[in-house]
Design a protein around this ligand. Sequence first.
Ligand SMILES: [Zn+2]
Length: 287
Amino acid sequence: MTHQFELGEKFDSALLADAPRVRLSRRGMIMGLASGSVFPFISGCATNLATGESQFLLVDDATIANMSATAWTDMKAQTPQTSNSKLKGRVLNIWDRTIQGAVKQGHVSPNAQWDVAVFDTDDVNAFVMPGNRVGVYRGITELTENDDQISSVLGHETGHVVGKHAEERYSVGVAAQIGLMAGQIAVASSEELSKYGSAIGALGGAAVQFGVILPYSRKHELQADKLGVDYMHNAGYDVKQSIRLWELMAAQSEGQRPPEFMSTHPDPLRRAEELRTYINARGYALI
Ligand SMILES: [Zn+2]
């Protein structure tokens, strides 16, 4: 079974959840491609050891980490970071504790190095870039009511790393760009791919590089939500607060611009419901 890319489909910019506010230069993109590291197609489907799922990957972690280095440096140069040392310390503490939850799960190496920045803007967002680069905006810390909810955000971002979602997005983008988008690709049986196809077509080539611009798919968001809850639980945070977080996101979005962290796919209350089911099934809490 194959899917065809629907190039004319409208792309909803509200889908850009957890995408950093960064514009990549054409030069940077060309350099990334010219590095040649994504060619030839020596890899394809690989099994993710943490999630057990088969993924379409044309790029390894180190390569994509290298490619996003410039975007991360530019981002830190262009976006002010908080000078509030109390806020920064708080976020870093929650980060340390949450990441230990992922280590405990066996999903993250205890030796992994992370670069966490707290940006001083009102954006209600957070993101992770390949290479263990994590961005949190002041805005999302102000929307949240407690450390547990911030842990939920950070656990979610860690879930994107563990799920290798950026690598998968990037790989799909490359595959589409180099002309495999005729609907003949074997991997096109993936629902993921057809979804990306519409985004790629509408955004054009400029948006698909580096795996940092495309929105995560609904499937990736839900997977990151669930992994995040596992990490929260291991870290001793109150997992029920992950549900509250999505309720807050939903409330915030009523009658105004939705928070960037909140993707319209899936809808936040649906996410809250999926989390409730998951938390009960795992026995973390009965809610
Ligand atoms: Zn996400």
